[in-house]
Design a protein around this ligand. Sequence first.
Ligand code: C2O
Ligand code: CU
Ligand code: CU
Length: 435
Amino acid sequence: SQQAGVFEAELTAAPASTSFVPGLETPILAYNGITPGPVIEVFEGDRVSITFRNRLPDQESTIHWHGLPVPADQDGNPVSPVLPDAEQTYSFEPPKGSAGTYWYHPHPHGKTASQVYRGLAGAFLVKAKDDPIPASYGDTLFVFTDLRLAADGTLPESTMADLMNGRVGDHVLVNGQKNPVLTVAVGEFRRFRLLNATNARFLRLSLAGASLTLIGSDGGLLETPVADADELFLAPAERLEIVARFDKPGTMSLRTLGYDRGWMGPNRPEEAGKDLLTVRVSEDRGPSQPPLPGRLRPIPDLGPPAVTRRFVFTETMSMGAGGMEMGFLINGAAFHMNRVDVVSKAGQVELWEIANQADMDHPFHLHGTQFQIVERESEGKVTKPAFRALKDTVNVRRGETVRILLRQDLPGPRMYHCHILEHEDLGMMGLVNVE
Ligand code: C2O
Ligand code: CU
Ligand code: CU
């Protein structure tokens, strides 16, 4: 229900059943019976109040508002679980300037990966009242999830390889469907939002036949549009906004390209050549549309950092009594609920260095704020981003160090972690307490 400035909704997480393949029932977990969950759409400044009911048998859960600057005790952290049959109302107000593409998903201790791959995730859009992107471009959302089905239609348990690399499904779905069709008019500008809601799949995508302009990332619009993007990259949890224009009538595909994310062990999944979405470009000219503005919004300069912190990501493998034991560590430690790893101050500008000294890529994510990438360093080369953007997730390639600038404005405990959800569950997570 929505009246001026107030948004109220209910999200119930419960077992459900769907059919991905005709004739086969697949038991899943779903918010309000559907996967992905309902798209939540609010305006900047709205008072949002969402009642979460946990109807998962025998499992704690939470709802985490990925990327949104919500108060720490409303953010569905693992330190605030919602027990089976319990409920919690989350309240927050997305501030002015926060318009962007976010998402929501569970974050219970040790169970996030399985709840997400079973179906619990959805998009959360914050809209600006004065959006600089012309309304005639439309606003189309693509939520990517992936799926592995056993022969009987059920979702198989994760294997050792899934825990090690993160679970990568066999089928990539767009808004819950395999290779859906979108129809556009030749020559028209269309606005698309992309959300990688998979547990562990890196999406490197091309859309040959379209001109693509990047206009936004995790935390909303870029400062200026970046034209002629010939490919798109989304690590797990990342988002992009683009404007696409199709110059010729015909049929084209949003297709995956190969990406080497540092796979461990055998059975590396084939990443390249999957058609995720079919676009039919019709002959009829679209309506005439205004051009994209040259500047989208100012992104503030945070100023110099007061402190620098370093986070080193490593993996360890060893033979233990129960077989192979894997460790996914930050600064040598696995996550512990009752341990504060970093104490920080609200309002303080900090430089964080994320050093990936492991053998695979780890997408780094921080709760509670958006950061700016300052530079990336690998093999002695330092690269600065070409444009300013607000991010909450950044892929840190193996051997790479990424430096980010950030400020937390709200006090309380916040998590930072690898967004390969299996790694997060296995301990590649830490807690920063903002005082
Ligand atoms: Cu997408 Cu800790 O979250
Ligand atoms: Cu998050
Ligand atoms: Cu990881």
